[in-house]
Ligand binder design. Structure first.
Ligand SMILES: Nc1ncnc2c1ncn2[C@@H]1O[C@H](COP(=O)(O)OP(=O)(O)OP(=O)(O)O)[C@@H](O)[C@H]1O
Ligand SMILES: [Mg+2]
Length: 316
C-alpha cells in the first residue's frame, strides 16, 4: 500500500540536547496513526519536522511522497496541521480564522465559504462563527482549530493533541469526526495522552526520550508488551498496594479505580496465586485477584516506566 509518511533515521538536536534520536517508521495511506509518548518524548518536534516547519539535524522523510528537505512547499499543500498550541488569531472571529487559512491554502473564495458551512455543521460551530476566538472556551477553540487545519481538505492531517482540554462528550465527537475523515480517505496522524483514544487508532508508535520504544496495533500492543496482569480487590487497598510494590515478584503495581492493576514478572507462572500469596504474607485480606488483559493505559505506563529504567541503567 502507498505510504503517506516514510521516516528514516530522523534526528533533531537543539544544541547538545537530542530531542529526536534517529527514529524510523511509516504510515500507510488511510490509517489513523497514533503517535504516543510521555511529555517531552519528542512528538511535537517530530511533527514539526514532518510538516516542513523545522529543519532536521539529519535523516530522511517523505510526506505524501515529497521530500522534507527539497519539497516543503508541495508538502505544505498536501497536509493539514493542527499544532499543539495557538493556531488561531484571537482577534479574528471563527469564520475569519477559517477563511484566513483557506486563503493561505489558495482555496477559491466561493469554495471557502462552502467549507465554512460544511465544517461548522460537522463540528457544531454554527452558532459561534461570528465570535472572537479569544472568547471561546478550550473545547470550542479546539473545534475551530480543527476546522482551520482541514479547510482545504488535505489528504493527510497532522493533529497534535487535538483533544487536549476537551471534555469527554466532545472528545467522543472529535473521534467520530476523525473516524469519518479516515473513512473518506484522509490519513490522520494524531497525538494524545488519553489512552482510550489510542484504541481508535489503526496503528500506534510509542516514543520515549526521542526514541521509538514500541510499535503495533492497539491489540498487538496489549498482547506483546504486557503479560501477567492481575486485577486485585483488597482492603485496605493502600496496604495491598504497598505490599505488592515491595514484592520481588511484582514489576509494577498501581491504583486503577477502586482496584489495583498489578503486573507480575514474566517468570511467575500463576500470577493471581502469587498476588494472593504476597498479600496473605503481608496480612492483607484479598477480596478478588484475577488475571485480566491489560488496558492501553497499563501498556503505556509499563513501557514508559521501562523506558525510564533503561535510560537510568544506561547512564553512568
Ligand atoms: N526549540 C527548542 N529548543 C530546545 N529544546 C527544545 C525545543 N523544542 C523542543 N525542545 C525539547 O525537546 C524535547 C521534546 O519536546 P516535544 O515538544 O517534541 O515533546 P512532546 O513529546 O511533544 O511532549 P508533550 O507531550 O509535552 O507535548 C523537550 O525536552 C523539549 O524541551
Ligand atoms: Mg507535544
Amino acid at each position: 500500500m502507498a505510504l503517506a509518511v516514510e521516516v528514516s533515521n530522523l534526528v533533531k538536536r537543539f544544541g547538545d540536547f537530542t530531542a529526536v534520536d534517529g527514529i524510523s517508521f511509516s504510515v500507510s495511506k488511510g490509517e489513523v496513526f497514533g503517535f504516543l509518548g510521555p511529555n517531552g518524548a519528542g512528538k511535537s518536534t517530530t511533527i514539526r519536522m514532518l510538516c516542513g516547519l523545522l529543519l532536521p539535524t539529519s535523516g530522511e522523510a517523505r510526506i505524501a511522497e515529497h521530500d522534507i528537505y527539497r519539497e516543503t512547499e508541495l508538502i505544505r499543500r498536501s497536509i493539514g496541521y493542527m499544532p499543539q498550541f495557538f493556531s488561531l488569531y484571537p482577534d479574528l472571529t471563527v469564520r475569519e480564522n477559517i477563511e484566513f487559512y483557506a486563503g493561505m491554502y489558495e482555496v477559491p473564495r466561493a469554495r471557502a465559504r462552502e467549507r465554512v458551512e460544511e465544517l461548522s455543521g460537522r463540528l457544531g460551530l454554527e452558532g459561534l462563527l461570528d465570535r472572537m476566538t479569544r472568547t471561546l472556551s478550550t473545547g470550542w477553540r479546539q473545534r475551530a482549530a480543527l476546522a482551520t487545519a482541514l479547510v482545504h481538505q488535505p489528504p493527510l492531517a497532522f493533529l497534535d493533541e487535538p483533544t487536549s482540554g476537551v471534555d469527554p462528550v466532545t472528545r467522543r465527537q472529535f473521534w467520530e469526526f476523525i473516524d469519518d475523515l479516515a473513512r473518506e480517505g484522509t490519513t490522520v496522524f494524531v497525538t494524545t495522552h488519553v489512552m482510550d483514544e489510542a484504541e481508535h487508532c489503526t496503528r500506534l508508535v510509542i516514543m520515549h526520550d526521542g526514541a521509538i520504544i514500541a510499535e503495533g496495533t492497539p491489540e498487538e500492543m496489549r498482547t506483546r508488551y504486557v503479560q501477567n496482569m492481575v486485577e486485585v480487590q483488597a482492603a485496605p487497598l493502600w496496604e495491598a498496594l504497598e505490599a505488592l510494590q515491595a514484592s520481588p515478584l511484582v514489576r509494577e503495581a498501581a491504583l486503577f479505580g477502586d482496584a489495583l492493576h498489578v503486573q507480575l514478572r514474566e517468570e511467575v507462572v500463576d500470577p493471581a496465586e502469587a498476588v494472593r500469596q504476597a498479600l496473605g504474607e503481608a496480612g492483607v485480606a484479598v477480596e478478588a485477584a484475577e488475571c485480566i488483559p491489560p488496558t492501553m493505559e497499563d501498556v503505556f505506563v509499563a513501557l514508559a516506566r521501562g523506558g525510564e529504567e533503561a535510560v537510568r541503567e544506561a547512564s553512568p
